[in-house]
Design a protein around this ligand. Structure first.
Ligand code: NAP
Length: 233
């Protein structure tokens, strides 16, 4: 997908990764609609990036997730890409994990993105892309993060199984299995305290790789924990 002139919805734009990706896409000449749950933060980022519009959704409400995709396409006169950059983490032993926490994590990390991605099938133009931040834990499920790992693996499996449907629409699916980064996500956990986490991967490197992968039509960005590098597949 050509970034210059593309029409992109960034969902979760007010997060650390969402903000960096929005700025990088804007610098590359994309026209953006920024979506999130905090109107003031969205407005601030919109004035920084020259975004065409801001839209509010809550990942706890699937209808609002589907609705922002259709509204973004109307605002931009069509949609070339959907970037999903929202999510939550939870930590702790499963014996101590409340059902309500597991439901929250699966709703935000799997069901809400799936609702948006289903809506996107009807809106994305041929030649377009979806780029979805899952996590390295989709491939390497991690102790102390079992619920989070499973929610990301669920989303990753959904992306893989839906790839053929997107291909029929000539839309590329990019699964971003991001490594641990120092974005503060762990300190905003919906439950528990983080286990010992690996050395954080540089955010700028991940963002650059995401924009390059979108531009080149890559299908997966995976992290090799031994070599500590991103692999484009
Ligand atoms: N940081 C890492 O180490 C890492 C590693 C692998 C994957 N990831 C994934 O990358 C994505 C972005 O994380 P980040 O590191 O940039 O953390 P972040 O700054 O905390 O961003 C999380 C984003 O999710 C949004 N969000 C949370 N609950 C929501 C809800 N109910 N409705 C709408 N939006 C909601 C937040 O909105 P507000 O701005 O309103 O709070 C924020 O925009 C997440 O999916 C995360 O799992 C992160």
């Amino acid at each position: 997908m050509e970034i210059e002139g593309s029409r992109v919805l960034v969902a979760g734009a007010t997060g650390v990764l969402g903000g960096h990706i929005s700025r990088a896409l804007s610098a590359g000449g994309a026209r953006l609609v920024l979506a999130g749950r905090d109107e003031d933060s969205l407005e601030d980022l919109a004035s920084e990036t020259g975004a065409a519009a801001t839209l509010v959704f809550d990942a706890l409400d699937n209808e609002s997730c589907a609705a922002v995709v259709a509204r973004a396409a109307r605002e931009l006169g069509g949609l070339d890409a959907l970037v999903i950059a929202f999510g939550v983490v939870a930590f702790g032993a499963e014996a101590d994990t409340e059902d309500s926490v597991a439901e929250h994590v699966f709703q935000v990390n799997a069901l809400a993105p799936m609702a948006m991605l289903r809506a996107a099938l009807a809106e994305l133009e041929p030649g377009g892309s979806v780029a979805v931040i899952t996590a390295v834990t989709a491939e390497y499920p991690t102790a102390g993060m079992a619920t989070y790992s499973a929610s990301k693996a669920a989303l990753s499996a959904w992306l893989q199984a839906s790839r053929a449907e997107y291909r029929r629409k000539k839309v590329t699916v990019l699964d971003i299995r991001a490594p641990h980064m120092d974005t503060g996500l762990a300190h905003r956990a919906v439950a528990g305290a983080p286990p010992r986490l690996p050395e954080p991967f540089p955010v700028e490197e991940l963002v650059e790789a995401v924009v390059n992968a979108l531009g080149s039509g890559a299908r997966q960005l995976a992290f090799d924990p031994r070599e500590r590098e991103l692999r484009v597949r």
